[in-house]
Design a protein. Sequence first.
Length: 118
Amino acid sequence: QVHLVESGGGLVQAGGSLRLSCAASGSTRSIYTMGWYRQAPGKQRELVARITRDGITQYAYSVKGRFIISRDNAQNTVFLQMNALKPEDTAVYYCSAGDSYSTSPTSWGQGTQVTVSS
């Protein structure tokens, strides 16, 4: 069992920045991929970015060039630096963890709200 705890959400004006953090505990040896998903009201949950233990990254097209995902394997922590935020980035952001790159995450955090005002 992997337990994920997010922090760093909040309210920011358009064009601003926020940094999300997610700390994993429990069976962290099994974690290969960590990532961030988001879900806006009335929409499906979507991948924002993910990173493997080896540092391979994948970003949603809508955040490329604005968001940066990073990971501290020693601390079992993943970060999401969000720059040039837009109102359409408003959503609940969920941290995720999984034991492979090709399958869906198996663990989820409780979510943190990010609100971008125009």
